[in-house]
Design a protein around this ligand. Sequence first.
Ligand code: PRP
Ligand code: URA
Length: 212
Amino acid sequence: MKKFPTLTISNHPLIQHKLSYIRDKTTSKKVFKELVDEVGTLLAYEITKSLPVRAVQVDTPLATTTCHVVDAERVVLVPLLRAGLGMVDGVLNLIPNCAICHLGLYRDHDTHEPVTYYFKPMPEPEERMFMMVDPMLATGGSAIASADLLKKNGAKNIKFMCLVAAPEGVEAFQHAHPDIEIYAAALDERLNDDAYILPGLGDAGDRLFGTK
Ligand code: PRP
Ligand code: URA
């Protein structure tokens, strides 16, 4: 029996290769962002494998055939600000027509509790697939609060994609939201006393936006 049944770790060699450079403290801001985008694209490929498709008739130059398309407008990307913004371009490479629903929250430095400062709900939430993206799942507080908010506003189908997850965060998130699948590039060892992930990659927001 899996300890974390809702967690999928992608062991794809390219994801693991790129994550190694993302973790490296000597990686420049420019390369860090490029790699976060690339891993975002690769993880999005995995997370979207169960998207529903719709049959359409297509005229090729030679014949008419039945093809299958995704209703991209039904997919809603939910970047958890700020650091989640770093994964948006990567997902848009695959699903350029998806909607984007920004959710602003930060983790209070002393209490580590999430503080929400921006959210604009989507219309017809029950008919959409929400894809929350944030590089880090540490205590789980930010992701849990985000999923709470989406559900309160009617979302029924939510998935969560991150780069690095801590066992503490996965445990808390799956306890709060056992219906939401988590896709991550790595499950790390633990949190330190400041609730940073070890070995982790440091502060994702600061490295993406050069704020340290
Ligand atoms: C980071 C990260 C997550 C959160 C994870 O954001 O991007 O949102 O911390 O920690 P948690 O699982 O313990 O809640 P932060 O609060 O540093 O804000 P930022 O994205 O604006 O840098
Ligand atoms: N937020 C980050 O950016 N990094 C961590 O390790 C934990 C929370």
